[in-house]
Design a protein. Structure first.
Length: 195
């Protein structure tokens, strides 16, 4: 008998690859369902983070894993605050959009380097990964944890100071709270037909 490949039909995939495809489709479906629920997503992420810190507090260990998780979350937060096209990297070639520098220039929305959903998703995945790492003793490296905390606080202050200076220098605000909202000035009552 001839195989499907010989007849020009689609090649049959094995059961394992079909199962992997189906699981990834289900996983993506649940991610798509969670996308519009911003507040519940972040509550879930903070709950996972609280569980992780509770695990660290109770076990009195895995400080290096906690430090690595904190550095990774700081890196994600900085990417979340930074514009997609960094005005500091503009070499006056004029091939990309720029942030407005004067009030009479055209309004351009703030586009993040790391979108909110990807920020949440990466933060959640990394927290779950760190929780899994706390299950193995090989990651429980003995360190003097106050030094790690002090070093993380210093790193956070220096990094945020640099980011705030960058925001002030290039005049952008990565948050929508307090920004003017423009509404349509058309009278919408004229568009609804009367009965």
């Amino acid at each position: 008998m001839m195989q499907d490949e010989d007849l020009g039909g689609p090649a049959r995939r094995n059961v394992f690859s079909q199962g992997i495809t189906r699981v990834s489709q289900i996983y993506q479906r649940y991610l798509d369902l969670w996308t519009p629920h911003i507040i519940s997503r972040w509550i879930f992420a903070l709950f996972l983070l609280a569980l992780f810190f509770l695990r660290i507090f109770i076990s009195q260990g895995w400080y290096v894993v906690t430090y690595a998780l904190g550095i990774y979350h700081l890196n994600l937060f900085i990417a979340f605050l930074t514009p997609k096209i960094d005005p500091a990297m503009d070499f006056d070639d004029g091939d990309g959009p720029e942030l407005p520098t004067r009030s009479n220039e055209e309004f351009r929305p703030f586009i993040r380097r790391l979108p909110e959903f990807k920020f949440w998703y990466s933060m959640t995945k990394s927290t779950v990964f760190a929780m899994i790492c706390t299950l193995f003793d090989c990651f429980n490296v003995p360190v003097f944890w106050p030094i790690l905390v002090l070093y993380f606080i210093m790193l956070f202050i220096i990094t945020m100071k640099r980011q705030i200076v960058h925001m002030i220098k290039y005049k952008y605000l990565p948050f929508t709270h307090g920004k003017p909202k423009y509404q349509n000035h058309e009278d919408t009552s004229r568009l609804i037909p009367s009965k």
